[in-house]
Design a protein around this ligand. Structure first.
Ligand SMILES: [Zn+2]
Length: 132
């Protein structure tokens, strides 16, 4: 499925919505003033999760750095949700590999050492040598 974009009219309406009364645009998430080329039109409900291209689903967010609203929303909210949706779809369609339990060898009880009882007894040694 390919990504869909907002229509030009939707972007214009969203931009007009995010402008203060004096006409200066601000981020609809954090309120930071927007500079040219440093904002994005973002799907509030992600396109990959069934979000449409309506004006209600369009947000104007600051962008351009890793800590901007658009980057944070994409990395921390949208991507994990889409990954989870992909995993659930794959599981539903049987596309995931089944977990294979690794067989362990059966536990054997260690036999007590009975080797000494099977051998003939050792000759007795005297503690002292004969003085000769
Ligand atoms: Zn922002």
């Amino acid at each position: 499925m390919s990504r869909s974009e907002f229509a030009k009219a939707t972007k214009k309406a969203a931009f007009a919505r995010c402008c203060r009364p004096d006409g200066i645009p601000k981020c609809e998430e954090c309120g930071q003033l927007l500079r040219a080329g440093r904002f994005q039109y973002d799907h509030d409900k992600a396109d990959g999760l069934g979000g449409d291209n309506s004006l209600e689903n369009c947000m104007v967010l600051c962008s351009g750095s890793k800590t901007s609203c658009h980057s944070l929303k994409t990395e921390q909210h949208d991507k994990p949700l889409m990954q989870k949706a992909d995993n659930m779809r794959d599981a539903h369609l049987g596309l995931t590999r089944k977990k294979v339990k690794i067989k362990q060898p059966p536990k054997t009880r260690r036999e007590p050492r009975s080797l000494a009882s099977n051998l003939p007894p050792l000759p007795k040694l005297s503690l002292y040598r004969d003085a000769s």
